[in-house]
Write a protein that binds this ligand. Structure first.
Ligand code: EPU
Length: 413
């Protein structure tokens, strides 16, 4: 699928954010912890979430969806995740901790590296080993056996997925666990809050040290998936790139302070409780030096968006990508086809702002694809962005929503 974009149209109007993919995936993984019904509202209808639901139903869970409300109930009928479905999304790894916790075993095919980097699982697996689980892993498969027993574990890096798997494993473990250097992303905190609603005993919610006293059983609960901060940042970036005036509703500005702080010197940004208005009337200057890091610092997922903004501003920016080794290079090469002036040296990109012009470019990953769309909205002339399948994994109706805001964008199936 391609997008054909005629750049230059100024975006204006209002657009509503929706539930976060990475929150929905983590909460869905946690539904394995109970046979009772877990009801998730604001659950976005995107390819990754639908594939996660497919994975859960293929393992025995009963699923029903009514608009953005998803209900999951019942017990697993197998603790082996089918390879063809598990390989559809990296988020499939988020059933590991919950399956081991409730069923004392799990067989999970590992999806391996992807376009953004090698994405190892050592922190997840060492964490489970620390809980006394026997872990047998090869390149493409992990087999876990044994009931988790509470322990102290310090994550080597504040990994989002490893924190989420460990939280689920510890929630039903025997005894007390202390997890240190945990990720504090809002999606992780949301998982902690859902687990507490399900009866888990967690101290330190929202912090980097979590004390979890395992319980025998968790029960059903109802929960709202938090707004997608990366989607909100995408519409904000599209507004900055087109010097527009757009209000994003149903979002949480508190979850995106690091990103907003980078833009504030260049744009009028008004923050409300659950909305953000962005208005730009002159071409931004360079954005300085940005280093990606775990929350609450500047997120890697918004780096691809900023790379595009830095390419079409009128000054210098340096971006250092600390988390995913391939995330800079792919997009820099594509943006340079549009006339950007980006040089990449390992994890550092130096960007000299310039005028972009339409070109044929290819998305290699989800956020990279969104970044290319933003650049194309700014560029003079027509661009075609291929590889939109990646974008559809995490965005609901991106082209249609941008069109509502005034963009000239068409979809070629
Ligand atoms: N890491 C390891 N070993 C591990 C786990 C992670 O070395 O066992 C490294 C990774 O290679 C990376 C860093 O730790 O360098 C952080 O990775 P993390 O585990 O935090 O990432 P993740 O859980 O695999 C989630 C999101 C990503 C997002 C990252 C960082 C989900 C489903 N995915 O991935 O989202 O970029 O956190 O915030 O929650 C996306 O939405 O497009 C996306 C890639």
């Amino acid at each position: 699928m391609d997008y054909i974009i005629n750049g230059g149209a100024r975006l204006s109007g209002e657009i509503a954010d929706y539930g976060a993919k990475n929150c929905a995936l983590a909460l869905l993984g946690a539904t394995v912890l109970t046979d009772e019904q877990v009801v998730l509202h604001n659950c976005p209808s995107i390819v990754d979430v639908e594939n996660m639901l497919l994975l859960l139903s293929s393992m025995g869970k009963r699923i029903s969806r009514s608009d953005d409300t998803v209900s999951v109930s019942g017990a697993l009928t197998t603790t082996s995740a089918p390879r063809d479905i598990a390989n559809l999304l990296r988020g499939s790894a988020l059933v590991l901790g919950s399956t081991v916790a409730k069923y004392h075993g799990a067989n999970l095919p590992l999806p391996g590296g992807c376009a953004i980097g090698s994405r190892p699982m050592d922190i997840h697996l060492n964490g489970l080993k620390a809980l006394g689980v026997t872990v047998d892993s090869s390149d493409d498969m992990v087999i876990c056996k044994g009931k988790p027993v509470g322990a102290q574990y310090t994550l080597r890096m504040a990994s989002v997925g490893a924190t989420e798997n460990m939280l689920c494993a510890c929630a039903l473990a025997e005894g007390e666990s202390v997890l240190a250097n945990c990720a504090m992303e809002p999606e992780v905190t949301a998982l902690e809050q859902l687990l507490v609603k399900m009866g888990a005993k967690i101290q330190g919610v929202g912090t980097s040290t979590l004390k979890i006293v395992g319980v025998e059983k968790l029960h059903g609960a109802e929960f709202d998936v938090i707004p997608d901060r990366i989607v909100a940042a995408t519409y904000i970036s599209a507004t900055v790139a087109t010097m527009g005036d757009v209000t994003i509703t149903n979002c949480n500005p508190l979850h995106m302070q690091a990103f907003l702080n980078v833009l504030i010197p260049h744009a009028y940004i008004k923050q409300y409780d659950n909305a953000i208005r962005v208005m730009v009337n002159k071409t931004p200057n360079g954005y300085g030096k940005i280093v990606t890091a775990p929350y609450p610092l500047f997120p890697t997922d918004m780096q691809s968006l900023l790379l595009s903004l830095a390419s079409c501003c009128c000054g210098r920016t340096q971006i250092v990508e600390k988390l995913f080794e391939n995330r800079l290079l792919h997009n820099a090469q594509q943006l340079n086809k549009m006339g950007a002036r980006i040089t990449v040296n390992n994890d550092v990109a130096n960007i000299e702002g310039s005028s972009l012009c339409g070109a044929q470019v290819t998305a290699y990953d989800l956020r990279g694809g969104a970044g290319l769309v933003i650049a194309a909205l700014n560029a003079t002339g027509t661009s075609s962005v291929s590889g939109i399948e990646h974008v559809n994994r995490g965005y609901v109706n991106l082209a249609q929503n941008l069109r509502t805001l005034g963009a000239d964008i068409n979809v070629i199936p």
